[in-house]
Design a protein around this ligand. Sequence first.
Ligand code: G2H
Length: 257
Amino acid sequence: AARTAIIAGNWKMNYGPQKASSFSMEIIPRLGPLLRSYQEIMCILCPPAISLCSVREVLDAFPTPRLELGAQNMYFEEQGAFTGELSPSMVSEMCSTVILGHSERRTYFGESDELVNKKALAALKHGLRPIVCIGETLEQHEAGKTQEVIRRQVQHSLANFAPQQAREVVIAYEPIWAIGTGKAATGANAGQVTHLIRQLYREMYGQEAAEALRILYGGSVTSDNTSEFMAQEDIDGALVGGASLKPDFVEIVHKTI
Ligand code: G2H
């Protein structure tokens, strides 16, 4: 398919401004030649909000095509008394992208599909590319409820997009039992679920939007298993957690090319 691949690094709650700066100095100059020589891939670094400026400085020192910044979360309101939150316009000053509804946000901070949907709509309104995360728990997986859970999450988290917006959205499929556990799903398994996701999206937004939709796999991705996931028809990239904190991230990008 003619979809530009996306490798996004979700640093989670790791690397404050100083460490973010030194780590960026380590990987950005190595990502440069890869991204320059291959146009069909883009890379998005998602450090903690407080470290975005340090990574931006390194990017300015080593200008690199298709290397962008993303936030890990955002609130949907424009401004005001929401202590500790970031607004869409603040995020859009620094970032092209925002991760929304990560399973850790859903589990530890009680985010619902409805809240994630409000955030996604706010992101799109501000020209931000939302990476909306969905995925089933181990319990749901073992009870054979994956399809049902995915259907509900897609229908509720990804509702109400205008046709033009629907094309910009990125979905990350992250089976929760595979996150940070070292137990990645198999390529075939992730391939099936991502196929279902594209089908559901087609039912909601039509053929063209479904073809434009980028679907990432997330959950214990490393340079050893990237190729297995990228080989799947409906997987267009990866949302990388643990391995995005190490030079292995560059290897993942390398393997995707
Ligand atoms: C899933 C993933 C990144 P990890 O959360 O979003 O993390 O690669 O550490 O499983």
